[in-house]
Design a protein. Sequence first.
Length: 148
Amino acid sequence: MNTYEMAKAYIGDAGISLREAKDSFENGAYHRTVRRAQECVELSLKGVLRLFGIEYPKSHDVSSALDEAEAHVNIPKWFREKTEELKRASRRLAQERALAFYGDERAFIPPEKMYSKKDAEEAIKMAEECLQAARRLLAEHEEKMKQG
């Protein structure tokens, strides 16, 4: 499997995670919404990094690798303009990941008590932005491949 195929697979899985986030939101499971939105962001951005041929960190926050992409790769202007927003989404949701899974174990607060509807809406918005950027970049890459 090559880099393009890996990127396409990650971005495809990111779309599934976003659908799961939205389903969780509709069911009022806001902690699950945040978890799945984080997964969408992570997979979207790891797919982008694969397209750029950049090895991403084996962690949930890939914002540092996006810094590398900005510095070393000829990325489209529209993507460069979104990079700060994408890095913020990666950092923020990676920080929320453990709480969304386990809650606050020290205070004995379960994850479903940690997140509000507003938190879930914000997480979905960040995930949508990351996935939209990844899909656009993938489509542009595929168009270049067709042109030779």
